[in-house]
Design a protein around this ligand. Structure first.
Ligand code: SAM
Ligand code: SF4
Ligand code: SF4
Length: 366
């Protein structure tokens, strides 16, 4: 697919130069075949972390004891610029990526995120979406939609204010998130997916209230097993509520039947309510690993490529970008990273897998 020209921007000189090079160098031709890793998995999805910062301190992701006042967040210079992200996104699409998810940290905290969305929305043939804690979604839903965002995923772990505030650990009220979801629905950022991380002893009681609230709304609830991402969230296998337990709890009150995945490699197992009032998903990342179908590359806030959520090292593509690499050089680098990928962490995980080196989720994007 030829890369499309995107409008010139009023930005810093270096970014301008790199950007103009992309525009000059747009005739890349069609790749001959999908890029496959050694396990024959194609490169199809790209998750881009646009900031490592967040206004929440969810206990399973950025616990206060590890992300408090002394935590060193990335500097402005270290963070990839919009022109750099867009250029890389174009190259990824050229190599077969069809879905791009903006994430973080909290992506809506990135200044002028709408501008990045506008730039990415000019790339043909991609499904463009974003995952947010929805803390400022009510204010931003319309501008995100106007910028070209197609749909949105919201994280929401409880339907009662006390539990919700306890999990976000910054005393953030539940109502504001619910207002954000309503605003997103009004402007057409649909279908809305709502992600709930279930942690034993913390919020398994939230499963049925969430179902009662959103069943029949058209929004798709997805329950995620608590994962051992990073090294700071104190993960223990005992805290994982399995997807099977979650489905059984829902099925007992609201009968469910399994449905086929939308596409190969979909991470959520799909179930629909037998009464026809919609569907839910469960993401069994711990108890039923789906590495075999994993088609995701992650681009971190500071321009490292990660081929697995549980990786300890990333490839520094920012260094190439900022050293005037050509598009061909960048394409070769991305292809090589993917072709050398042999990740299957979740298939090998045990309760005792060491956690020291793994990169934090907020840094590479969930
Ligand atoms: N801040 C945004 C949000 O919360 O939606 C986007 C970034 S967040 C890292 C992306 C997703 O990762 C969220 O849905 C979050 O619930 C999920 N997540 C974070 N830590 C997790 C963990 N330890 N296990 C499972 N999911 C996790
Ligand atoms: Fe922030 Fe999202 Fe992590 Fe919660 S899950 S701390 S909202 S990045
Ligand atoms: Fe993909 Fe790594 Fe998760 Fe397996 S463990 S599904 S390879 S991100």
């Amino acid at each position: 697919m030829p890369l499309r020209t995107i409008p010139l921007l009023d930005t810093a000189e270096l970014a301008q130069r790199q950007f103009q090079q992309t525009v000059r160098n747009t005739r890349l031709g069609q790749p001959e075949a999908p890029v496959l890793d050694p396990r024959q998995r194609p490169l199809r999805d790209l998750r881009i972390s646009v900031t490592d910062r967040c206004n929440f301190r969810c206990t399973y992701c950025m616990p206060k004891n590890a992300f408090g006042r002394d935590h060193a967040f990335l500097s402005h210079e270290e963070v990839l610029r919009f022109e750099e992200i867009t250029r890389l996104a174009q190259l990824f699409v050229h190599l077969g990526v069809r879905k791009i998810r903006l994430t973080g940290g909290e992506p809506l905290l990135r200044k002028n995120i709408e501008r990045l969305i506008e730039m990415l929305a000019t790339i043909d043939g991609i499904d463009l979406t974003l995952t947010t804690n929805a803390s400022i979604l009510a204010k931003k839903a319309q501008s995100l939609r106007d910028a070209g965002l197609q749909r949105i995923t919201v994280s929401l772990d409880a339907m009662d204010d006390i539990t919700f505030r306890r999990i976000n650990d910054v005393n953030f009220p539940l109502d504001r998130v619910l207002e954000g979801i309503d605003a997103a629905a009004r402007v057409g950022l649909t279908p809305i997916k709502i992600n709930t991380v279930v942690k034993r002893g913390i919020n398994e009681n939230a499963i049925l209230p969430l179902i009662r609230r959103f069943k029949g709304s058209g929004h798709i609830l997805r329950f995620i097993e608590f994962m051992d991402v990073g090294a700071t969230n104190g993960w223990r296998m005992d805290d994982v509520v399995s997807a099977a337990e979650i489905v059984a709890a829902i099925d007992a009150e609201f009968p469910l039947e399994a449905i086929d995945p939308n596409y190969q490699g979909e991470v959520a197992e799909r179930w629909r309510f037998k009464d026809g009032s919609g569907e839910i998903g469960v993401i069994a990342s711990v108890t039923q690993a789906f590495c075999r179908d994993c088609t995701r590359m992650r681009l971190s806030t500071n321009g490292r490529l990660f081929t697995c959520l549980f990786a300890s090292h990333g490839y520094d593509i920012r260094a190439l970008l900022r050293n005037d690499a050509t598009n061909d050089e960048l394409l070769r680098a991305i292809t090589t990273v993917w072709q050398n990928r042999d990740d299957n962490y979740s298939e090998r995980r045990t309760a005792n897998t060491p956690r020291a080196e793994k990169i934090e989720m907020s840094y590479i994007g969930g």
